[in-house]
Design a protein around this ligand. Structure first.
Ligand code: ZN
Length: 711
C-alpha cells in the first residue's frame, strides 16, 4: 500500500534507515523534504484508515501485523528524518537550521496528533485488545495497552460536545502553560541590581565576578574606570542561575543576599507578571479534563501511566523518606547555625533562608576542603572512558571498541564506538560528542536514539545506535580533556541511558530500550550507573594523574564519598516538599475547595521544612516543572527513580563489591532484566525479576546518610 516516495532515492534526509549522513543534509533539504514526507505519510495513513475501517465494518478478525506494523513504519520514517534534524539542531545549531526547524515543527506535531487522535486506529486497537481469540504475546499486549491509554488521554474516546470541550481546553492549557513559563523567564530577566562597591561583592570568587561584570557590560553599564571588569566592577547581579547561585553561596553582604533572595523567591507573583491566577486556571482545566476522561483528578490520570500507579504509593514512599530526612535536616540546620554563629553570624539570631547557601558553602569547605578543580588531573577523558568500558565489561559481559571512520559524524571531535557481545558479535553502536561548544551546541547532557532496535519481517535485526552528548571541558593543545568529578558522573549517567537503549533484546521498537518505560522508572539505569563513580575499584582504576600516573590520594576519595552526604537531610526534604505540593495541588485543590494553592502548599510546611518559607515566598509562581513542563503530578519521579537505582545498586553492596564473581553474576542479571527488557514488561515486574522483591527505600536512606545521627 505504499505510494511512490518522491525523492527517497536522492535525498539524504529521506533514506529512512541506516546511519544518517549528517554533512549531506542542508536546510534546503529540510525545507523541501519534510512537507513532502508528511504529505506522503498522510496519504498512506488515509489508505490505512480506509483499510482498517473496512475490516471493522466486516467485523473481520484484526491482526497485529495489519495494524501495528504499518503504523510503526509510518511513525519510524518521520522519526528517522525528523530525529536527525532535531539532533543537528542540538549539536550543530545555526540560524538557518533553527529557522527551518521552527517552521516545520508544527507540521510534525500535527501529523503525530493525527495518529494519536485517530478514532479508526483507536477502535482497531480496542478490538485487537478485546477480540475473543487472542494471539498477541505479552509485549504486544503491553504496547497496545500503552497506546490505548495515551490515545484516551488525548481525548479520542470522547464524543460530540465533550470532545469539543476537551479539545478547546487542551489548546487553552497549552497557551497558558507557555505564558506561565514566559512569565518566569521575563521575571527572571527583568530584575537585576547594579553593584558598584567592592564591599557589595566581597566573598565572590573570580569566576562569579567575571559573570557579573559581563552582565554589566551587556546592559551598557560603565564604571568610573570605563567598561566593567571583574576586578573593578561595576557588577550586575541577576536572578539567572549562573549569577544567582554563586552570589547566594558566596556574598558576605547579608542584607544584599536578603534583597536578592526575596526577588528570586517572589518571581512572577505580582503586578504585570503574575502567575498566581494562571496556576488556578491550569489546575482547573486539568481537573476538568481528568474528570471528562473518567478520573477523579489530574493526579489519578497522571499516575495511571506511571510505575507508582496511585497516589497512596507515592505518598507512602515520600513519607518513608521524609521521616528519615526530617530529624537529620534539623540537626544539619542546628550544626550550620552553630557554625555560623561562631564564624561571624550574630550570636543571637537564627539563620534565615538567604543565609543557607552561604553558610552551607562555608561549612562544606571547612569540613571537606574539596577543591573540585584540583581533582581534574586525575580524570582525563581517555582514562575515564577506559574505566567505564572495563566496568561495563565486568558487569554486562560486553566489550566496547572504537569504530571511528565507520560512520559519518557531524563534528571532528565526535567519536563512534561499537558494542560487542561475549562472542565478539557487534550488537550496537554509539556516538560520543563529549565537549562543550557554546557557539552551536545546546548545554547539558543527554542520550538520544539514532536507530532503534527492530526485527524486520525478514528476520534481520536493526542494531540500536545511541547518541551520547556531554558538554565537558574540551582538551587544549597541551592537555587532554580533564574532567571534573561531576562531569564523570554525568558521563556515567548518560551511558546508563545508552546501555538500556543498546542492550535491549526487544524486537519491537515501540518497547525496545527506553521506549514504553514509565516516566518514573526511566532514570533507573542512568542513576544506577552513577553509583559506580564512588565504587572504590572502579574509581581507583580510572583516577591516575594524567602526567605523573600517581593514584588519587585516599583522602580525596574519602572526601568525595563523604561530601555526597553533606546536608542531604535538607536537600531531601526540599525535594519532598516540592513533590508533595505538586501531588496535593493535583489531587486536593478544586476551584471551590476554599483554599488557595499557596495555602495548600503551606499546610505541608510543618512536616516538610526545617526553615519555614517567608511570607514573600511565592515559589509556586515559578514552579515551571509542573505548570509548564511535563512533571505535573510527577515531580516525585526524581525520588522514585532514586529509590529504584539505590536499591538496585545495593544488591551489589549486600553481596560485597569486592567479590568479583558475585558482582559479575548480579551484573548479568541487571543486564538480562532492567537493561534488556526495556518497556516490554511493567517496570515493577522487571525490578522484581532483578531484585527478587519489590523496591525498598532503605538503600537510598543509607546512601544519603539519613540513618546516622550527625551533630
Ligand atoms: Zn537521565
Amino acid at each position: 500500500m505504499s505510494l511512490p516516495k518522491s525523492n527517497s532515492q536522492t535525498s539524504p534526509l529521506l533514506k529512512g534507515k541506516g546511519l544518517p549522513e549528517f554533512n549531506a543534509i542542508t536546510p534546503e533539504h529540510i525545507e523541501k523534504d519534510i512537507p513532502n514526507l508528511i504529505g506522503n505519510l498522510n496519504k498512506e495513513f488515509d489508505l490505512l484508515e480506509k483499510k482498517i475501517n473496512k475490516q471493522l465494518e466486516l467485523e473481520n478478525k484484526l491482526e497485529w501485523a495489519g495494524i501495528m506494523e504499518p503504523i510503526n513504519e509510518l511513525s519510524e520514517r518521520l522519526r528517522w528524518s525528523w530525529g536527525i534534524i532535531s539532533h543537528l539542531n542540538g549539536v550543530r545549531n545555526s540560524s538557518e537550521l533553527r529557522k527551518v526547524f521552527a517552521s516545520k515543527q508544527s507540521e510534525v506535531v500535527r501529523f503525530n496528533n493525527r495518529l494519536g487522535q485517530s478514532k479508526t486506529l483507536y477502535k482497531a486497537l480496542l478490538k485487537l485488545k478485546n477480540q475473543p481469540c487472542q494471539d498477541q504475546n505479552e509485549t504486544e499486549k503491553r504496547i497496545i495497552q500503552t497506546e490505548l491509554l495515551s490515545m484516551k488521554h488525548r481525548g479520542v474516546g470522547l464524543d460530540g460536545e465533550s470532545q469539543k470541550t476537551f479539545n478547546s481546553s487542551s489548546e487553552q492549557l497549552a497557551k497558558i502553560s507557555t505564558v506561565f513559563s514566559n512569565n518566569v523567564l521575563d521575571a527572571t530577566r527583568q530584575w537585576s541590581l547594579l553593584l558598584t562597591k567592592h564591599a557589595e561583592v566581597d566573598g565572590l570568587p573570580e569566576r562569579a565576578l567575571e559573570t557579573l561584570a559581563e552582565a554589566a557590560r551587556r546592559t551598557g553599564d560603565k564604571g568610573t574606570k570605563g567598561l566593567p571588569t571583574a576586578k573593578e566592577g561595576p557588577w550586575r547581579v541577576g536572578l539567572d542561575m549562573p549569577s544567582y547561585i554563586p552570589f547566594m553561596a558566596n556574598a558576605k553582604n547579608r542584607s544584599l543576599r536578603e534583597i536578592v533572595y526575596k526577588a528570586f523567591i517572589s518571581r512572577a507573583s505580582a503586578g504585570e507578571i503574575n502567575n498566581e491566577p494562571l496556576i488556578e486556571e491550569i489546575l482547573s482545566i486539568r481537573l476538568q479534563q481528568a474528570q471528562l476522561l473518567g478520573y477523579k483528578n489530574w493526579a489519578e490520570l497522571s499516575l495511571s501511566t506511571k510505575m507508582a500507579g496511585n497516589i497512596e504509593a507515592v505518598q507512602d514512599l515520600l513519607e518513608e523518606l521524609r521521616a528519615a530526612a526530617f530529624p537529620i535536616a534539623q540537626k544539619e540546620l542546628l550544626e550550620m547555625t552553630k557554625y555560623a554563629q561562631s564564624n561571624g553570624h550574630s550570636k543571637n539570631s537564627n539563620l534565615e533562608p538567604w543565609d543557607i547557601s552561604f553558610w552551607s558553602e562555608r561549612l562544606k569547605q571547612e569540613k571537606f576542603d574539596l577543591n573540585q578543580e584540583a581533582l581534574r588531573p586525575w580524570f582525563p577523558l581517555p582514562q575515564v572512558l577506559n574505566g567505564l568500558f572495563q566496568l561495563c565489561g565486568r558487569l554486562f559481559e560486553i566489550s566496547i571498541e572504537p569504530a571511528d571512520k565507520e560512520a559519518p559524524i557531524w563534528h571532528k571531535d565526535v567519536r563512534f564506538f561499537k558494542v560487542l557481545d561475549r562472542n565478539g558479535q557487534a550488537i550496537a553502536n554509539f556516538y560520543l560528542d563529549p565537549y562543550s561548544r557554546p557557539d552551536n551546541k545546546r548545554g547539558g547532557a543527554w542520550m538520544d536514539e539514532c536507530l532503534i532496535r527492530k526485527r524486520n519481517t525478514s528476520g534481520e535485526v536493526v542494531k540500536p545506535v545511541a547518541y551520547l552528548i556531554c558538554n565537558q571541558t574540551p582538551p587544549t593543545r597541551e592537555k587532554p580533556s580533564l574532567m571534573s568529578f561531576e562531569e564523570v558522573e554525568t558521563l556515567f549517567h548518560e551511558f546508563g541511558h545508552g546501555l538500556q537503549h543498546m542492550l535491549t533484546e526487544i524486537d519491537y521498537p515501540q518497547a525496545a530500550g527506553i521506549n514504553n518505560v514509565e516516566w518514573d522508572a526511566v532514570e533507573l539505569p542512568s542513576q544506577f550507573m552513577e553509583n559506580w563513580c564512588l565504587d572504590r575499584k572502579t574509581i581507583m582504576n580510572i583516577a591516575k594523574h594524567w602526567e605523573t600516573n600517581e593514584p588519587l590520594p585516599e583522602k580525596s576519595f574519602q572526601k568525595l564519598c563523604q561530601s555526597r552526604k553533606f546536608n542531604m537531610g535538607i536537600a531531601t526534604l526540599r525535594q519532598i516538599h516540592f513533590a508533595l505540593s505538586d501531588l496535593k495541588l493535583h489531587s486536593e485543590w478544586t476551584p471551590d475547595s476554599g483554599s488557595t494553592p499557596d495555602e495548600i502548599r503551606r499546610r505541608l510546611v510543618p512536616l516538610t521544612t526545617v526553615l519555614p518559607p517567608i511570607a514573600e515566598d511565592k515559589f509556586l509562581c515559578a514552579f515551571s516543572h509542573i505548570f509548564a513542563g511535563g512533571y505535573s503530578a510527577g515531580y516525585y519521579s526524581y525520588k522514585w527513580a532514586e529509590v529504584l537505582s539505590a536499591d538496585a545498586f545495593s544488591a551489589f553492596e549486600e553481596a560485597g563489591l569486592e567479590n568479583e564473581e558475585i558482582v559479575q553474576a548480579i551484573g548479568r542479571r541487571f543486564r538480562d532484566t532492567v537493561l534488556s527488557k526495556g518497556g516490554s514488561r511493567s517496570p515493577s515486574d522487571v525490578f522484581l525479576s532483578f531484585r527478587g522483591r519489590h523496591p525498598k527505600t532503605e538503600a537510598l536512606i543509607k546512601h544519603a546518610g539519613l540513618t546516622e545521627v550527625k551533630c
